[in-house]
Design a protein around this ligand. Structure first.
Ligand SMILES: CCCCCCCCCCCCC/C=C/[C@@H](O)[C@H](COP(=O)(O)O)NC(=O)CCCCCCCCCCCCCCC
Ligand SMILES: Nc1ncnc2c1ncn2[C@@H]1O[C@H](COP(=O)(O)OP(=O)(O)O)[C@@H](O)[C@H]1O
Ligand SMILES: [Ca+2]
Length: 537
């Protein structure tokens, strides 16, 4: 990085040692001034030198009350050594810890004049005010019932204090029922007042915010969401996720960890991660949007069963996973898909989507070019049914992962090389196989082996796909019989063969009421306060 001229630079004190502190437009640095190179200290001391990018400074302020005793102690010590240092300022900044976790660290510098201290605070604040991507005002929704029911406490104890420190104004709504946040965003919220929306909860709560924002944006622009080919309008508001749910895969896969303070810091520094969204339709009616896992068969049955065990908290998924695994159902149907261009890679190419991902950026550039394409040419492309592939068979599971879906349970994710913003989703087809083979496939999610390297697994990177069960589901026929114990439903009571049973879809952890669906990836429809997974330093 090119060295920039200092805006201010002074000799200050840090922990009773003299340091040279300098601030440029890009970076704040401090370096210890060693008295004499030959003098070796009796007790070895840690090196105080450090550099913090200005974009990662949370705030600069006078030391808070709790810092005062420490400051007074320092003053007393310095007085005794006839060096009186009464003024101080604290810089709070992002510190990277292990496994993508961020912490808010403080460093307090002592100055020998009030004027110098105030000058440092003013110059630093001026630089922070130039960072226009930072939110000043946020609308926060808390789900008090998600995960281990700790959403409210997590927000109040871990997140609100850092937002306060960064000078962010917040309006907080603790939801009182399911869909409260979605309905409020869709109809009431004055979004002009805020620079973003924060969701405190799990993937289900995120899904509410997603639906509220996307539905509102389409309505404001007169877009008919029921048309599967409608060109959707991207949402302007960015979404921040404070993880307080059971899986938290949307947070984990976009930030690298499910830690509330890390997420709060990504919001404060104003990160921006565009993200693809899948739209799900049944015939010509809109059903839902999805950003993580759309799963039919194994994951659909697992989720339907786990909903009855909500009281168990996150452990419900393990119990239902175990049960669903031993049911070993399979489902007959047809999958049609439109493969993505080769330029976006392949689910097995081991090219993980990282911060500033080239594949996602390349895709955005080609989208811009595509917009300039003459209308006739575009029409011709749309009209042809060319390029669609068909797979008919018996499936244990049909999964679509629009992102890696990495989460604490499965850190490499359901599709480790899926991209956050490339306009595609990874379609994973698990065909009928023995229970042992299915276990082998599942187990590979927990180690380094390729979970797609099995004869009964097919994986494709696609832009669109359709699924049609062999027999229409009750909902597809507008008929609602009782569910069977293990999850599958039978459209015809005479049919009691598992291969003809119908499952349901899980859509980011919410059950879909249709089995026959059309899915289309909406390129970069939303933006998050995140930056993707950073390379480990
Ligand atoms: C043998 C060990 C197998 C481990 C296999 C792990 C695969 C995990 C894939 C996880 C994909 C997660 C996709 C995320 C979906 C979420 O959007 C969604 C909603 O999240 P929320 O609750 O925060 O609102 N969450 C979910 O759908 C939960 C998925 C949970 C999957 C758990 C799978 C457990 C499988 C256990 C099999 C046990 C076999 C035992 C054989 C002796
Ligand atoms: N106040 C509330 N009471 C009951 N359910 C709620 C409330 N607020 C949100 N929900 C619903 O709770 C469900 C689970 O939320 P989520 O935060 O994803 O937790 P989890 O990860 O444990 O599933 C979502 O379907 C959401 O719509
Ligand atoms: Ca994608």
């Amino acid at each position: 990085m090119e060295e920039q001229p200092s805006l201010i630079s002074s000799k200050l004190f840090l922990k009773n040692r003299q340091v040279e502190v300098a601030l440029s437009r890009a970076v704040l640095t401090w370096k210890e001034i060693k008295e004499s190179k030959n003098r070796i200290p009796l007790i070895p001391q840690a090196d105080l030198s450090h550099a913090v990018p200005v974009s990662e400074i949370v705030a600069v302020h006078k030391p808070e009350d709790e810092d005062q005793p420490q400051m007074r102690r320092t003053q007393k010590k310095n007085k005794e050594s006839s060096q009186f240092v009464p003024y101080a300022f604290t810089v709070s900044y992002v510190r990277r810890m292990k496994q993508h976790q961020w912490q808010c660290s403080d460093v307090t510098f002592l100055c020998d004049s009030r004027g110098l201290c105030e000058q440092w605070i003013q110059v630093t604040n001026e630089q922070l005010s130039l960072l226009t991507n930072r939110p000043k005002s946020l609308l926060v929704y808390i789900n008090p019932c998600g995960g281990k029911q700790r959403g409210k406490r997590i927000y109040e104890q871990k997140v609100a204090p850092v937002f306060r420190q960064a000078g962010i104004f917040t309006d907080v709504i603790v939801t009182e029922r399911a869909n409260h946040a979605r309905d409020h965003l869709r109809t009431e919220a004055n979004l002009d007042k805020y620079d973003g929306v924060v969701c405190v909860g799990g993937d289900g709560m995120f899904s509410e915010i997603l639906h509220g924002l996307v539905i509102r944006t389409q309505r404001d622009h007169d877009v008919d969401q029921n048309r599967p080919d409608a060109e959707l309008v991207s949402c302007l508001s960015r979404i921040g996720i404070i993880p307080a749910g059971s899986t938290d895969c949307i947070c984990f896969a976009t930030v690298g960890t499910n830690d509330p303070v890390t997420s709060a810091l990504h919001i404060i520094v104003g990160d921006n991660q565009p993200m693809d969204v899948c739209s799900v339709h049944h015939k010509d009616s809109f059903l839902r949007y999805s950003v993580s896992l759309l799963g039919y068969g194994f994951y659909g049955d697992l989720l339907a069963d786990s909903e009855k065990k909500r009281w168990l908290g996150p452990a419900r998924y393990d119990l239902s996973g175990f049960k669903t695994f031993f049911c070993h159902n399979f489902y007959e149907g047809t999958v049609c898909f439109l493969p993505a261009e080769d330029s976006v890679g392949h689910p097995r190419d081991k090219l993980q989507c990282k911060s500033g991902c080239r594949i996602c950026q390349h895709k955005l550039e080609s989208k811009e070019k595509h917009k300039e394409m003459p209308e006739e040419k575009e029409k011709a492309g749309k009209d042809s049914n060319k390029g669609w592939n068909v797979v008919r068979g018996e499936f244990i599971s049909v999964n679509s992962a629009c992102m890696s879906c990495s989460c604490p349970r499965c850190p490499k994710g359901l599709s480790p090389s899926a991209h956050l913003a490339d306009g595609t989703t990874d379609l994973i087809l698990i065909k009928k196989c023995s229970r042992m083979n299915f276990f082998r496939h599942l187990f590979r999610h927990t180690n380094k082996q390729d979970q797609f390297d099995h004869s009964f697994v097919e994986v494709h990177r696609v832009k669109k796909f359709h699924f049609q069960p062999k027999v229409d589901s009750p909902e597809d026929q507008s008929y609602h019989p009782e569910r069977t114990a293990c999850g599958p439903k039978f459209s015809n009571p005479k049919i009691s063969n598992y291969s003809t049973a119908v499952s349901s879809w899980t859509c980011d952890g919410e059950i879909l009421h249709h089995a026959a669906i059309q899915v289309s990836v909406q390129h970069q429809l939303i933006r998050l306060f995140a930056r993707g997974i950073e390379e480990q330093q």
